[in-house]
Design a protein around this ligand. Structure first.
Ligand SMILES: Cc1cc2nc3c(=O)[nH]c(=O)nc-3n(C[C@H](O)[C@H](O)[C@H](O)COP(=O)(O)OP(=O)(O)OC[C@H]3O[C@@H](n4cnc5c(N)ncnc54)[C@H](O)[C@@H]3O)c2cc1C
Length: 460
C-alpha cells in the first residue's frame, strides 16, 4: 500500500517549518510530512537580516495587522522558550536630512498608527505628554510599542550622536527589532517534530492530480523515488515556487530579486552595540572625491555609480556576546527581476557601495572607505508579488495551498503565515486579513487598479 500523509509541505524554510508547526503542534494534524531537498532553513532563511517590524506603510492595514499577529506569536514563543531565539525590541529608526520629509513622515506615521502599529508620540521640542523613551538593548518586554517621531534636533543629537549632523527627523518604530532566524526556525521544527511531523530529505518531483484534486506526491531523494498519497499539499518553496507550482500546472504571479548583505567587524566603533536598526530613508548620490568622480565618469561600466541611489541602506549590530563587534549592512539598490540561479552571483563593488551609502547616515562608516574592512558577503532571492504581499491560501487545484512570496519579511511573517495557511488547510476560522493574501485577490479589478496606483511597497 502507498504510504500516506495528512498534509505534505514542500520546503523547510521558515515558511514551511512554521506551517508544519501550526498544523502538527497547534491543530493536532497527525501525519505532516515536510519535504526538502536541502538542509532545513539553508536556502534563503539563513541569509536574512532577521529583523521584524509592525511599521508597514502601504495599501491598507492588512500588513500591519498580519505582522502584529506574527509578533504576538513570536513573543509567545519567546516567552515559552526562555527566548531561545534572542528576540529584542530595539526598534527601527528611519532617518532623513530632507527638510520636506518630516511632514511626510508624520502623515505616514499617523496613518500606520491608525492601522494598529500603536500610539504616535511627536517630540518636536514643545512640552508634550510623554518624554522620548531612548532605545534599549534590554528585555524586549520592558520596551514601548508605538511610534516616536523625533523632530527636535537637540533631542536627536542627545540620543543619536552617531548619526549625521544634518538629520532633521528620526522615526523610531518601536514594536520592531531582531532575533535569530535560525534558532527560531530550528525551534519551530523541533516543536513540529515533537508533535509528530516528519522531515523527509528529497525533492518534490511530481504531484498526482485526479478529478481536479491532489491525490499524491512523488519525492525523489537519496534513497530513490517514492510516492506518498495525500489530499493536501502546501507549497512553501521560496524562490523556487514557480517551479513547484508548475508541477500543478499553475502559473503564479511571483518573481525574484537578488538581495545581498555584508557583515563587517566594526573596529572603529561606528555604531554603538546597543543601537537600534538604523535605516537612511533618503535617496542619495554617493560622495566621491573629484578624482574618483572623474574616473567613474570615464568608465562606461562603472558610470552608474554616479547616479542617485534609492533610500533604504540599513545596518544593525549582530552578535549576542559582549565581545562581538559585527555589523550587518544591507542596501537593495538593484531590485530588477532576475532568473533564479545558484550560486547567486555577487554584485560588483557591493561592499564599498554599501559602506559609502551607510556613511551618509552614520559618518563613522567613512573611516572604512580608505581601507576597506574584510567583509563577508551573502544573500538570497526575495520571492515577490508585484505589491510586495505574500501569497497564502488555496491554489486553483483542490487540496493545494501556498505559503510563499515572503519577499524581505519571511522571518518576521513566518509565524502568522504558518498559522494562516494552517487555518486554510484545516478549515478553521480565518482572520480578517486573510483575503489580502490569497491568490484570488487579483480577480478583483478594483484591487488591481489600487495596487497599480500605489507605489509604497514597504520594502527595505
Ligand atoms: C539579504 C536578505 C535579508 C533579509 N532580511 C530579512 C529580515 O530582516 N527580516 C525578515 O523577516 N526577512 C528577511 N529576509 C527575507 C527572508 O529571509 C525570506 O522571506 C524567507 O527566508 C523566505 O522563507 P521561505 O521559507 O519562503 O523560503 P526559503 O527559505 O527559500 O525555503 C524554501 C525551501 O523550499 C525548498 N524547495 C523548493 N522547491 C522544492 C522542491 N521541489 N522539493 C523540495 N524542496 C524544495 C528549498 O530547498 C528551500 O529549503 C531577507 C532575505 C534576504 C535574502
Amino acid at each position: 500500500m502507498t504510504p500516506a500523509a495528512d498534509v505534505v509541505v514542500c520546503g523547510a524554510g521558515i515558511a514551511g517549518v512554521a506551517a508544519a508547526y501550526h498544523l502538527a503542534a497547534r491543530h493536532g494534524v497527525r501525519h505532516v510530512v515536510l519535504v526538502d531537498e536541502r538542509s532545513p532553513l539553508s536556502l534563503t532563511s539563513d541569509k536574512s537580516t532577521e529583523a521584524y517590524r509592525n511599521f508597514w506603510p502601504g495599501l491598507d492595514d492588512a500588513m500591519v495587522r498580519f505582522m502584529n499577529r506574527s509578533i504576538d506569536l513570536l513573543e509567545e514563543l519567546a516567552e515559552s522558550s526562555g527566548n531561545v531565539f534572542r528576540m529584542n525590541r530595539r526598534g527601527y529608526v528611519f532617518g532623513t536630512a530632507d527638510p520636506a520629509r518630516p511632514a511626510e513622515l508624520r502623515t505616514m506615521a499617523e496613518v500606520v498608527a491608525g492601522w494598529g502599529a500603536g500610539p504616535l508620540r511627536i517630540h518636536d521640542g514643545r512640552p508634550g505628554p510623554a518624554a522620548y523613551p531612548p532605545p534599549s538593548a534590554g528585555d524586549w518586554r520592558m520596551q514601548p510599542a508605538g511610534i516616536d517621531l523625533l523632530l527636535d534636533r537637540t533631542l536627536i543629537r542627545r540620543h543619536f550622536p552617531y548619526v549625521a549632523d544634518d538629520t532633521v527627523a528620526l522615526l523610531h518604530a518601536r514594536r520592531c527589532g531582531w532575533l535569530s532566524g535560525q534558532q527560531l526556525g530550528m525551534h519551530l521544527l523541533e516543536l513540529a517534530r515533537r508533535a509528530g511531523a516528519e522531515l523527509v530529505e528529497g525533492r518534490l518531483a511530481a504531484v498526482d492530480v485526479a478529478g481536479g484534486r491532489v491525490t499524491g506526491v512523488r519525492i525523489t531523494g537519496p534513497g530513490g523515488s517514492r510516492t506518498l498519497a495525500t489530499e493536501r499539499l502546501i507549497l512553501a518553496a521560496g524562490p523556487l515556487l514557480p517551479d513547484a507550482a508548475r508541477l500543478l500546472g499553475v502559473t503564479l504571479p511571483v518573481f525574484s530579486e537578488r538581495h545581498h548583505k555584508i557583515a563587517i567587524e566594526d573596529t572603529l566603533g561606528a555604531v554603538p552595540r546597543d543601537a537600534p536598526f538604523l535605516i537612511w530613508d533618503d535617496a542619495q548620490t554617493l560622495d566621491w572625491s573629484p578624482e574618483e568622480r572623474a574616473a567613474l565618469a570615464d568608465d562606461p561600466e562603472l558610470r552608474w555609480m554616479l547616479e542617485p541611489f534609492p533610500a533604504g541602506v540599513h545596518t544593525r549590530p549582530e552578535g549576542a556576546s559582549p565581545e562581538s563587534r559585527t555589523l550587518l549592512v544591507l542596501w537593495s539598490y538593484d531590485c530588477a527581476a532576475v532568473d533564479v540561479v545558484f550560486p547567486m552571483p555577487e554584485p560588483p563593488h557591493y561592499t564599498e557601495l554599501v559602506l559609502r551609502g551607510m556613511a551618509r547616515m552614520v559618518p563613522g562608516f567613512s573611516g572604512y572607505l580608505d581601507r576597506m574592512p574584510r567583509a563577508y558577503v551573502d544573500g538570497g532571492y526575495y520571492a515577490k508579488t508585484r505589491e510586495n504581499r505574500p501569497l497564502i491560501g488555496p491554489l486553483p487545484v483542490a487540496g493545494a495551498y501556498v505559503s510563499s512570496a515572503y519577499s524581505g519579511f519571511g522571518i518576521m511573517a513566518g509565524c502568522a503565515g504558518g498559522e494562516l495557511v494552517a487555518a486554510h488547510v484545516t478549515g478553521t476560522v480565518l482572520p480578517a486579513y486573510a483575503p489580502a493574501f490569497t491568490l484570488t485577490r487579483y480577480d478583483d479589478p478594483a484591487y488591481v487598479r489600487r495596487i497599480e496606483a500605489c507605489s509604497a511597497t514597504g520594502q527595505i
